[in-house]
Write a protein that binds this ligand. Sequence first.
Ligand code: 5GP
Length: 216
Amino acid sequence: MVQDGLIQRRGLMLVLSSPSGAGKTTISRRLLADQDNLKLSISCTTRQQRPSEEEGIDYHFVDEATFQRMIEDGAFLEYAKVFGNYYGTPRQPVEAALARGEDVLFDIDWQGTQQVKERAGDDLVSVFILPPTKDALEYRLRTRAQDPEDVVRQRMAKASDEMSHYTEYDYIVVNEQVEKSVSRVTSILQAERLRRSRQTGLHAFVNQLVEDTAQA
Ligand code: 5GP
């Protein structure tokens, strides 16, 4: 019931959203490397694979017909069209992880976050990552140097629109320094894990403790 000082609990869903180029991917990778009990939800996308990306690690790359079939089969927890491509979260791996008490990290946009919020309620913890300045955002997008110029411009144009959704998130982190941002998101995760409402084993644990203490 208690392991390593932690009471048995349900897994939580940690969503990180930001405009492309705000440094969210770096933060997620660091969190995943540091946190044993945190697994990444690997999305399906119809977007073209980038040279640095691996099938099954960064995304499951599927064609549009496969994606449509998965929608019809109810295989997605949420899905959305972003920059003309479809992105969706496969439902089954998430449900299995949460049931095992594992936390799941999602790198999804505001549209997906809204859908997950409707379905998952309190299991969802959402964090929006903002760049410190417009120049920092543009610099990161350009030095990533994998997207063609028109895509960079399109992403810059979309960024301000995406950022206007910050009010829909529980927490806001301005990513000026990666180390500080990782530490801030880690603090959010640690605190949320200790929320009383998540601790399914709490009632039995405290009852036993109270009873034992009364008899001492
Ligand atoms: P990128 O093409 O740069 O990998 O991702 C573009 C945007 O799509 C990012 O904002 C990312 O968070 C979002 N995204 C990635 N996977 C999913 C998903 O499964 N669902 C939703 N709604 N958005 C996603």
